[in-house]
Ligand binder design. Structure first.
Ligand SMILES: *[C@@H]1O[C@H](CO)[C@@H](O)[C@H](O)[C@H]1NC(C)=O
Ligand SMILES: *[C@@H]1O[C@H](CO)[C@@H](O)[C@H](O)[C@H]1NC(C)=O
Length: 455
């Protein structure tokens, strides 16, 4: 009896390692990542933060220690595994030096310009996100990297759901989202950027508590939970960063606070912003990227809010960012925020320059904001209403944003294809000559749209 009690006591203090996820880290000197950041959470702090790893599950003799921190009640752990071999499968396990998680695995960055496949979307939630998660689990062997364009989990919407109206659910729901992603993002590098839903907790349970307001505003939970390679790329926290992967230079942007007139420049529900001079950093980052265009022909930007959507433009974003897109020949600008899919023709200065993806020389804007989240049910209902009101309207030519404006006044010439009634994500295959994107509806696995950029 005594022994049993002791056993129970030990089990209670043994940390559980949850929400394990990875992201590219390090720099091999020629601009490729040669490390991997491994992150997880524990309820209590642990004496050390340790990853053991190796080339086989039976030999994980290498050890790296990391750091832990807390912003509210749980502890976020980040450990960077450095100087890994390229294109190599590693096995790893996280822990406190005494106890460890199950053994997991990842594959490091490819060498040089080897072709890569990445998944891209914004706006994925715990609620309504299962078809996308199931698709990713089934196809994870074929996906090398994930580029998530902000709105990561929708913890701040939790108060809208049963049982969370007055109870504090923000942290619990953020944890549940990260836990639901673990089977995917413990194996595939998960690169994120901020969306408006990362800004703060505005549950009634937060707004009426000075402590929670203070601790859970200004992107704090989001910045603590992830470890993006901003140190390596001169970026800021998890707000903006860049990295190279195969033939692609990726830039993850803060389009919430990071330019004059941004949607949450100084405030979302609570005060936020002031992370630094993103635009100067972006110019320097792109200047460097174009020097290596022979090795990495594709420059891809990601951010949360769209610059173009429904044939309309965000004029402040265009003023701040579009001249850089043009000057440095950015190939694709991926965004989300609006919970649907829209592929545009190459556009500059609100003008459709060419209706072809054969070496257009100016950016193609693709919005992928509908992989599934709790706000999507209403959006789909409104689409049905719209089609009823406008019989004969081609649903593949309508954009969600147009719902809020007069349909007739919107110039939709730049829109190539939209999908507003399904959950979907982008799957991109990039090699030195071509950049092919399939938009996949995740409930059926059907490829609804596809385009190929060539140089
Ligand atoms: C938000 O965080 C950044 C980085 O720590 C800080 O510079 C900025 O002042 C903060 N903003 C507010 C409104 O507290
Ligand atoms: C953008 O278009 C506007 C209106 O068509 C025009 O006045 C302006 O000169 C254009 N700007 C550039 C940089 O081409």
């Amino acid at each position: 009896m005594k022994l049993l009690l002791l056993g129970a006591c030990i089990a209670a203090v043994t940390a559980e390692y949850t929400q394990i996820h990875i992201a590219l880290a390090g720099d091999d000197g020629s601009g490729n990542s040669n490390g991997m950041a491994v992150s997880w959470q524990t309820e209590e702090d642990t004496p050390t933060t340790v990853v053991k790893f190796g080339l086989s599950p039976d030999d994980m003799s290498m050890v790296e220690t990391g750091t832990s921190s807390t912003y509210y009640s749980t502890y976020d752990h980040h450990t960077v595994l450095e100087d890994l071999a390229p294109d190599t499968k590693y096995f790893y396990s996280v822990g406190d030096g005494e106890t460890f998680s199950d053994t997991l695995q990842f594959t490091t960055s490819p060498e040089g310009g080897d072709s890569v496949t990445f998944a891209v979307w914004g706006d994925l939630g715990l609620v309504n996100g299962d078809s996308t998660r199931e698709y990713l689990v089934q196809n994870k062997e074929d996906i090398d990297l994930i580029f998530h364009l902000g709105d990561v989990g929708y913890a701040d919407d939790s108060f809208l759901h049963l049982g969370c109206m007055l109870r504090f659910c923000y942290e619990e729901k953020f944890n549940e989202y990260m836990e639901s992603m673990q089977p995917i993002v413990s194996e595939i590098p998960y690169h994120v950027m901020p969306g408006n839903h990362e800004a703060d907790c505005h549950d009634p349970a937060c707004l009426f508590s000075a402590e929670r307001r203070d601790k859970l505003s200004n992107f704090t939970a989001y910045n603590s939970r992830f470890r993006m390679p901003s140190e390596e790329s001169g970026g800021v926290m998890n707000m903006w960063h860049s990295f190279n992967y195969g033939p692609v230079h990726f830039v993850a942007l803060d389009l919430e606070t990071g330019f004059p007139g941004a949607a949450e420049e100084k405030r979302y529900v609570l005060k936020c912003g002031g992370f630094g001079d993103q635009l100067t950093w972006l110019r320097e980052d792109l200047e460097e990227a174009v020097k290596h265009r022979e090795e990495r022909p594709w420059i891809v930007l990601g951010g949360h809010h769209p610059m173009y959507n429904g044939g309309m433009v965000d004029p402040k974003m265009a003023a701040a960012i579009e001249p850089l897109l043009a000057e440095f020949g950015v190939d694709v600008f991926f965004t989300g925020h609006v919970h649907s899919y829209e592929r545009d023709w190459p556009v500059l200065n609100s003008t459709t320059v060419v209706k072809s993806y054969s070496n257009p020389g100016i950016p193609t804007h693709v919005m992928i904001g509908g992989p599934g989240n709790d706000e999507m049910t209403g959006a789909q209902r409104r689409m049905e209403e719209l089609l009823e009101q406008h019989p004969g309207l081609d649903p593949s030519r309508v954009s969600t944003q147009a719902w809020f404006d007069s349909l007739e006044e919107v110039n939709r010439d730049m829109i190539a294809v939209t999908d507003m009634t399904h959950f979907g994500i982008g799957i991109v295959k990039a090699d030195m000559e071509s950049f092919n994107m399939q938009y996949v509806q995740t409930t059926s696995g059907e490829v609804f749209d596809e385009f190929t950029l060539t140089k």
